[in-house]
Design a protein around this ligand. Sequence first.
Ligand code: 5GP
Ligand code: MN
Length: 325
Amino acid sequence: MNQTFDALNRFIERGTRFLVVSHLNPDGDAIGSTLAMGYALRKLGKEVTMVNESPVPDKFLFLPGADEIRLPEEVDGMFDTVIALDCADRARIGTAVNLFAESARVANVDHHVTNDLFGDVNVVVPRAAATAEILFDWIDGGAVDWDDALAGTVYTGLLTDTGGFRYSNATPAVFRKAAKLVETGAHAHRIADLVLETLTMEQIRLIRIALSSLQRSEDGKIAWIRLRREDFEQSGQSRQDVDGIVNYARNIIGVDVGILIRESDAGSVKVSLRSRERVDVGKIAKELGGGGHARAAGFTARGTLDEVEQMILQHVRAELGRDGQ
Ligand code: 5GP
Ligand code: MN
């Protein structure tokens, strides 16, 4: 991608003890990138602590080193050198910022177009399909030698952020990079099976509840799903891992925008937005205090489920109207 990594390499050369963080409620790109950067730094002789505000979702625990990703409260001391991965802004790092020393220098490696360049060093590449794709280029450019663990973790990020190589960000370059990772030691079938194809009974129960709440706008262009706190309790599924549920809304024929509106902590509602091809949901999410990409974005709002539902539907309708659709 002709990205220069000079500033990142200098940043890494100067540090000895690194904190590697990613965004709360981590997805495959967040976890894969954290682990890949962690291994790479260790290969370079650095001391590494990997932290995430949220526990690693069970389906990523098979990745080598995933059990070393700590919760902030499990870590003692503060860090002067931080690498933040897949975080569009500092707020996405969540409570892991409590481990940043006041004078901490931060490298921000990310692919969100909404990234606000919060780092002292910023490697922000919006055309990258995943933060893992940026790390691929960095590693492949000679930062460290490839091995099985690096290949598998980078592959996981590419796979998940392209929706299994199905979204519009699955470019020819992404396929070439994925092929190289499989040649280098990524177990493509095993990773896809564990990350994309395997569900727990609790997740299935939550999907059943989610589908019973599905609604569609009269013109058929918007579909949305609501999840209340008691729905999570009833299913036994944790509130963290709702990956894929929003796709049921977006996947309905004729729908351009699929929305998942879910209650998180008291008074706060998390909204996930997915669009098929017309509406730039990243723009809507950014206006509402969140961020993301044109086809996948999100934000957190205060208010009741009903209030947030009305508010987001209004925004999406306005955007569809502007589009002349
Ligand atoms: P999801 O809906 O799966 O949580 O997130 C979809 C995309 O939007 C991801 O790229 C994610 O990083 C981004 N995103 C989701 N919620 C937020 C948010 O509250 N703030 C920002 N900046 N990005 C978000
Ligand atoms: Mn990502």
